[in-house]
Design a protein around this ligand. Structure first.
Ligand SMILES: Cc1cc2nc3c(=O)[nH]c(=O)nc-3n(C[C@H](O)[C@H](O)[C@H](O)COP(=O)(O)O)c2cc1C
Length: 230
């Protein structure tokens, strides 16, 4: 007997989930290939101004929004900015905050840790990259009677969505910078966001500049990042 594609359980609709699985050797190969592909993702800070179509950005956002979230509340909003005037405003406000951070707000140790990355308060990429995706987290929503209803595990959920977004960007052959010009409240103002949205990450997206160099970082080896209990 064929199984129904949709059925009711406890008064809710469930659908048959058909997940493609692999023989162990094939699964192992997939896991290896995926790791090697993903390991080639790098944060890039020099962008080309080559345009990226809006539809591609829409697909990246949809990919991000396929992430799991606490009680499926999807507590995120992705604001995609290509408007040059708004990008300019964002750059100006971000550089103001970053100037303060690099001239007093960051500890000596933090500044030393950043040396290898070659960053400073100048953020030209905020105008050069064709798109800025600003990820907002929604701590709460408004119920039917206008009451505040809290979301669950908001940071965990939005962090996962941001990870999905970065992976989708890598998959599209584009590059991104995970940027946090904190405090980032200026983004609420510039983008006219409601009270329940808080900036989480500012992610310029686009093609890399020609002959771009990135820091030659080492990722921690497996023994250092994992424990197995078999
Ligand atoms: C939460 C978070 C905040 C970050 N903020 C900044 C930032 O403000 N500016 C910057 O240049 N890089 C920033 N980065 C990028 C990191 O420096 C980068 O991920 C790290 O050096 C590892 O390099 P990779 O992404 O190429 O593996 C941030 C990364 C994360 C995860």
């Amino acid at each position: 007997m064929t199984k129904p594609l949709v059925k009711e359980i406890n008064g809710f609709e469930y659908m048959l989930y058909e997940k493609k699985t692999y023989e162990p050797a094939v699964a192992l190969q997939h896991s290896r290939d995926y790791y090697q592909w993903l390991d080639r993702r790098r944060t890039v800070r020099d962008f080309s101004d080559r345009p990226v179509p809006r539809e591609l950005i829409e697909n990246l956002i949809l990919s991000a929004s396929s992430a799991p979230s606490g009680a499926h509340k999807q507590p995120w909003r992705f604001c995609a900015v290509s408007n040059p005037g708004i990008k300019k405003e964002i750059r100006k406000a971000a550089e103001k905050e970053e100037y303060e951070s690099y001239h007093g707000r960051m500890s000596e140790r933090w500044l030393k840790d950043l040396q290898a990355l070659g960053t400073d308060w100048h953020k030209p990429f905020l105008e050069i990259a064709p798109w800025l995706i600003i990820v907002f987290k929604k701590a709460y929503e408004w119920g039917e009677k206008g009451e505040k209803t809290n979301n669950y595990y908001v940071n965990e959920s939005v962090g996962l969505a941001a990870g999905f977004l970065l992976t989708a960007i890598h998959n599209a052959g584009l590059v991104a910078l995970t940027h946090t010009p904190s405090p980032m409240n200026f983004l609420v103002k510039i983008l006219n966001r409601p009270d329940n949205e808080r900036p989480f990450l500012l992610i310029p997206v686009g093609y890399p500049a020609k002959d771009v160099y990135v820091p030659r970082l080492q990722r921690r080896p497996l023994e250092e990042i994992s424990e197995f209990y078999e």
